[in-house]
Design a protein around this ligand. Structure first.
Ligand code: SAH
Length: 237
């Protein structure tokens, strides 16, 4: 007897899962849920909206094809042009610290892959994001449009001077590390606004800035490792 099923069952399995090593959509969802549980909740991220956004944004759609299978791992990943997408925990931590409300206007410096911007958009923010490496800005713009993130506005350029036409902002997030905090970004915060920025060189710390009626309050948070902020800021270091 000719055991046809021995041929057809594996062929059916290959066809229904695709020939490439691409997990089906629900496996990506499962990987994201696992990431949220083991990397975020386990380390104390509690904000329900942030956790929901991190369960939703398809990180694997924003990293290069060669990095896809590691998209939900506990580490930063190379994007291209020598840049990196931050570790999921750091994205969640910074987003939680900013305490974003629906409808708020957020400025991001360092678009990179567009992942952080997408997380902010899921929280209901209008996001203005600037990327100094033009091909990265173009790539992120196309990827975010493809994924339907219409409330993210991407601009190629040096973010040092912010986006004055769209200021003031409720929040500013800097995802490349300057050695000194760019004053124009602080100026573009509204009273009540929050800014988070990794500051330093070999040793960096996240710094939280709150603008109050009485002035600026600065708080040092955790040690981090970001790529350096380049461009005009280097003249001020
Ligand atoms: N937030 C990104 C990761 C950023 S990596 C994400 O979610 O993927 C840091 C990015 O900041 C890099 O892409 C780098 O090119 C960019 N960058 C560095 N200096 C900058 C500047 N002065 N203005 C705008 N972007 C800058």
């Amino acid at each position: 007897m000719n055991p046809h099923w021995k041929v057809w069952i594996p062929l059916w399995a290959a066809l229904s899962h695709g020939f490439a090593a691409e997990p089906p959509a629900d496996e990506w969802t499962r990987a994201r849920q696992q990431m949220v549980k083991t990397q975020l909740e386990a380390r104390g991220v509690r904000n329900a909206a942030v956790l929901a956004a991190m369960r939703k944004v398809p990180r694997h759609e924003l990293v290069p094809a060669s990095e896809r299978e590691w998209a939900y791992g506990d580490s930063p990943l190379p994007i291209s042009e020598g840049q990196t997408i931050s570790q999921p925990y750091i994205v969640a931590y910074m987003t939680e610290q900013l305490d974003i409300r629906r409808g708020e206007r957020v400025l991001e410096i360092g678009t990179g892959s567009g992942y952080q911007a997408a997380v902010l958009a899921e929280l209901g923010a209008e996001v203005f994001t600037i990327e100094i490496v033009a091909p990265l800005a173009e790539r992120a713009k196309a990827d975010l449009a493809r994924l339907g993130y219409r409330s993210v506005h991407v601009r190629a350029g040096d973010g040092y001077r912010g986006w004055p036409e769209q200021a003031p902002f409720d929040a500013v997030i800097v995802t490349a590390a300057p050695e000194t905090i760019p004053q124009p970004l602080v100026d573009q915060l509204r009273v009540g606004g929050r800014m988070i920025v990794p500051v330093g060189d070999a040793y960096q710390e996240l710094v939280m800035i709150r603008k109050t009626k009485h002035g600026i309050k600065k708080e040092r948070l955790i040690p981090v490792r970001f790529v350096p902020m380049t461009g005009e800021v280097e003249k001020h270091d």
